[in-house]
Design a protein around this ligand. Structure first.
Ligand SMILES: [Zn+2]
Length: 66
C-alpha cells in the first residue's frame, strides 16, 4: 500500500510509514474512552445522591404528616 502522507510504497501490514512515520490506519487512542468512562461515575453518583435525597425528602414528608 501507499502512505497517505508521503505516498511511499510500504508493506500492507505496516502500522506506520517507514519514511515519514505516519500511521497507516486511523489511530485508536484508548485514553479518551477510559477518561469518558471515568467521568461517567460522578454522574451516576449524582443520580444516586439525588434519588437518596428524594427518598429522604419523601420520608420526612411522611413523618411530618404523621
Ligand atoms: Zn509516509
Amino acid at each position: 500500500m501507499k502512505c497517505r502522507a508521503c505516498h511511499a510504497e510500504i508493506a500492507a501490514n505496516a502500522l506506520i510509514c517507514y519514511k515519514c512515520g505516519t500511521a497507516t490506519s486511523e489511530p485508536r487512542i484508548p485514553p479518551p474512552a477510559a477518561r469518558r468512562r471515568g467521568s461517567r461515575w460522578p454522574l451516576v453518583g449524582l443520580i444516586a445522591l439525588g434519588g437518596g435525597l428524594a427518598a429522604l425528602a419523601q420520608q420526612m414528608a411522611c413523618g411530618s404528616l404523621l
